[in-house]
Ligand binder design. Sequence first.
Ligand code: NAP
Ligand code: ZN
Ligand code: ZN
Length: 348
Amino acid sequence: MISSKGYAAQSAKSMLSPFNFQRREVGPHDILIDIQYCGVCHSDLHQVRDEWENAIYPMVPGHEIVGKISKVGDHVKKFKVGDLAGVGCFVDSCRSCSSCQAGNEQYCEKGMAGTYNSYEMDKKTPTYGGYSNCIVVDEKYSLKISDKLPLESVAPLLCAGITTYSPLRHWKVGKGMHVAIVGLGGLGHMAVKLASSFGAEVTVLSHSATKEADAKRLGARHFINTKDDKEVFKARNRFDFILDTVSANHDLNLYLDMLKVDSTMVLVGAPPEAVPVDAFSLIPKRKALAGSMIGGITETQEMLDYCAAHDIVSDIELIPINEIENAYVRMLKGDVRYRFVIDMSTLS
Ligand code: NAP
Ligand code: ZN
Ligand code: ZN
């Protein structure tokens, strides 16, 4: 076994604190990544505090992982020692169901093995995430990372990037479309960068008036403060596609009213509580409400390559790991521009 160290939550109420644990030895198909940076996703906070009621403790969060490979198994083909590599939200899946065969491992019928707060496919070995010094992953579930971009700003692409890229591609967002992004946080700011790079005319729908200048700098053409009823009313029937990245409970009907005929609103934000949807928000204009979860390995690699080719990275604030609790507090207040990333060299 490989001795590892990280930060873990011991319960929903405890603060994250230093934690020593074991990772498996590097198998023939595995790589060992020395983690350099790990992004801080709002899903980390939901799970650490057991807001989705699925927590497994002790929990080492983190699924926006990048670093350098220090060891490879005998049968590894894609990587060599010294290469950069990344790990996103899952580390394995059944590999044989129709979703896995289609490259949608995140929708594996047997349930994917999440990078943390989950179990390996044996359903009994707990997985530990990227708030740690190293990780052992099968090369098939690892991503190649370009050395052209600043590594710390690439880390958030492994979740915030792919979670927004995948639905934008699936619903064919591009030139000539009016697209709204709800919530300008970690996911939202990536969605703005990606949708505008695909050629869409982007509007940010935000409940923080102070984010207007940033929204425009990131690529949005328009900004609507959702606390301004007049502005919201004027936006009815305006959008071909809406991507909702909001982490807290909010009224979906308000946004559904902004869709045109035959248009779709996709939820990627995952607030803990269910919210009511009025049938008449959907019926009169044959609107659709859908969801989307991260993306498969092939699509994640495609997104990383696209971002490297188009110089797209996350706007980040680098923090030492002992600042993580404060980062959570600030994330809850919407005080992050636009992703915290942990510098793992501070884990000593
Ligand atoms: P984040 O950085 O905290 O951003 C969330 C944004 O939501 C905030 O910046 C804020 O934007 C908006 N918001 C917060 N509270 C609100 C409220 N009460 N009313 C209206 N808007 C509010 O979080 P994130 O890391 O981007 O994650 C967003 C959500 O996506 C989380 O629930 C996370 O668990 C989920 N997620 C889902 C997937 C997936 O696969 N589907 C993957 C990753 C994350 P404004 O200030 O602009 O309003
Ligand atoms: Zn995430
Ligand atoms: Zn499967």
